[in-house]
Design a protein around this ligand. Structure first.
Ligand SMILES: [Zn+2]
Length: 427
C-alpha cells in the first residue's frame, strides 16, 4: 500500500478555496488519495474481485459508516449505504459510481463519482441535513466487467454472464461470492421500473471535449448506443508473383478501400457519432499470397438509433460498390450489440444546469461515448450524469487525471443538484 503523500495533500488544500464550496473540497480529494492506495502491486489496478477490490470496498464501507449510512451488500455485490429521509414513503434518490478499474487503469474513472457520493454523505452529516427523500449511496459492483451491479438492479444481468472470467482468474459467479453476494439470488435485487425518484452519477469525461474547450462541467445528454458488425471480403488467394496486377481479386485491397469509406461516410454527416474499424485479419496472411479473405469489424456509436442505422446503410452501400469494382464479394453479420442509446432525464438535466449557473461554472451538453452504470439506471427511473474534464482526454490508463478543483466542483454540483431535486415537488 502506498503511503499518503503529505506534499500532495498540502498542495491540494492550497489550490482550493474552501469558501467556494459547501462540500468539503479537501476531504473529497483526501478520500481520492486514500482510495488510490488500494491497488494490486503487479498491475497497478483494482480489478473487480481482486484482493485490492475487496480492500477498497472495505475502506468505502468503513467510510460510509463514519458518514452515518446504514451499509449493506446486495446479492450482486453492490455496496449500498442508506440514509433515511423525512418521508420514507417517497422513492429513494440514488448517488453513486464504481471503484473497480480496468487492468493498468487509473485513479479517477469511477472513483471520482464514488468519493463524491461519499463526500456528500459526510456533508449532509456535517450540516445536519435530513432530505425529504430517503437516499441510497451505491458503489456498483464490477462496472468494468460489463456493468454487472447496475445490470442486476435493472434486471438485465443474465446467468450466462456468470461464467465469464476476468483478469483476476475468477468467474463472475465466483466473484459475486467474493464480494459478499449470492449468484443464485441475483434476480432478487432487481428494482422495478419507476421505483427510484432519480439517480445521479458524477464521472470523468474520459474524452477531451471539456478539456480542449476549457470548460468546467459537462451535462451528459445520454449514453451512446453501440452497434457491432463483422464484415467479410472474399476474393481469390493466388500467387503474388505470377498473378498480374490487372487480374487480381485482392480482398485486402477492397478492405482497405472499405476502411477509408467508413471514415469518409462518418465525416460526411454532421454530429458526434463515431464509426471505427478496429480489427482486421487477412488470410492466408503470407507475403507472397494475394489475400483471399479479409475479416474486419465495424463499430458505430451514437445517441440516436435511427442515425446509427442510416450510417450503417450508407457504409453498406459503399461496401457493395467497392466489392463490385474490386471483383470481390462482401458479406456482413450483425453482432450482439452492447446496447441501445440511453437518454438521461430532461428535467434532471435542467436542474443540473441551474445549479451550474448558480455557481457560475462554464459547461456544455455532451454525449457519453463510453458505457456507464447510469445507462442501466435509466431503465429503472430518471437518471442523469455530470462530467468533469479528463486532462488530455486520457482514461483507462495510469496517466488518467482530473484536477482537485474539478473534482470539488463536480461534487459541489452533484450536492446542489441533490438538494434541488429533493426539494422539487416533481420527485
Ligand atoms: Zn467508469
Amino acid at each position: 500500500m502506498k503511503k499518503l503523500s503529505i506534499l500532495l495533500l498540502v498542495s491540494v488544500q492550497m489550490s482550493l478555496n474552501a469558501q467556494d464550496f459547501v462540500i468539503n473540497a479537501s476531504r473529497v480529494n483526501d478520500l481520492m488519495t486514500a482510495l488510490s492506495a488500494f491497488k494490486e502491486e503487479d498491475n497497478n489496478s483494482r480489478v473487480a474481485f481482486s484482493d485490492a477490490d475487496l480492500e477498497g470496498r472495505a475502506f468505502v464501507m468503513q467510510k460510509m459508516k463514519e458518514a452515518g449510512l446504514e451499509v449493506s451488500i446486495d446479492f450482486s455485490g453492490n455496496i449500498i449505504g442508506r440514509r433515511a429521509g423525512l418521508d420514507n414513503s417517497l422513492k429513494p434518490i440514488v448517488l453513486g459510481s464504481h471503484i473497480d478499474t480496468v487492468p493498468e487503469g487509473g485513479d479517477y474513472d469511477g472513483c471520482v463519482g464514488s468519493m463524491a457520493a461519499l463526500e456528500i454523505a459526510f456533508t449532509l452529516q456535517d450540516l445536519n441535513i435530513t432530505t425529504r427523500h430517503p437516499l441510497e449511496f451505491i458503489i456498483y459492483s464490477n462496472e468494468e466487467g460489463g456493468v454487472m451491479g447496475s445490470r442486476a438492479l435493472a434486471g438485465t444481468l443474465t446467468e450466462e454472464a456468470f461464467k465469464v472470467v476476468n483478469s483476476t482468474g475468477y468467474s463472475m459467479g465466483e466473484g459475486i461470492v467474493r464480494l459478499g453476494g449470492d449468484p443464485s439470488r441475483v434476480k432478487e435485487v432487481q428494482r422495478a421500473e419507476g421505483s427510484i425518484a432519480a439517480s445521479f452519477e458524477l464521472h470523468i469525461e474520459q474524452g477531451a471535449n471539456l478539456y480542449q474547450e476549457d470548460l468546467e462541467i459537462g451535462i451528459v445528454e445520454g449514453i451512446v448506443g453501440i452497434d457491432w458488425y463483422d464484415f467479410r471480403f472474399g476474393g481469390f488467394a493466388n500467387h503474388a508473383g505470377t498473378t498480374p496486377m490487372n487480374n487480381r481479386q485482392d480482398a485486402l485491397l477492397a478492405a482497405a478501400k472499405f476502411i477509408q469509406a467508413v471514415n469518409e461516410v462518418a465525416l460526411s454527416v454532421e454530429g458526434r457519432h463515431v464509426c471505427t474499424v478496429g480489427r482486421i485479419q487477412a488470410l492466408p496472411g503470407a507475403p507472397n499470397v494475394i489475400p483471399g479473405v479479409v475479416n474486419l469489424s465495424l463499430e458505430i456509436r451514437d445517441l440516436s438509433s435511427e442515425k446509427m442505422k442510416s450510417l450503417f446503410d450508407m457504409i453498406l452501400e459503399r461496401a457493395k460498390e467497392i466489392a463490385t469494382t474490386s471483383n470481390v464479394e462482401v458479406t456482413y453479420e450483425s453482432i450482439d450489440a452492447t446496447g441501445a442509446p440511453a437518454m438521461t432525464d430532461a428535467s434532471l438535466k435542467k436542474i443540473i444546469e441551474a445549479q451550474i449557473n448558480k455557481k457560475g461554472y462554464s459547461y456544455m451538453y455532451l454525449p457519453s461515448g463510453a458505457g456507464h452504470d447510469s445507462q442501466e439506471m435509466t431503465r429503472i427511473g430518471p437518471a442523469a450524469m455530470i462530467f468533469i474534464p479528463s486532462v488530455d482526454g486520457i482514461s483507462h490508463s495510469p496517466r488518467e487525471y482530473s484536477t482537485p478543483k474539478a473534482i470539488a466542483q463536480g461534487t459541489e454540483v452533484m450536492f446542489q443538484t441533490l438538494l434541488a431535486t429533493d426539494s422539487s415537488k416533481k420527485y
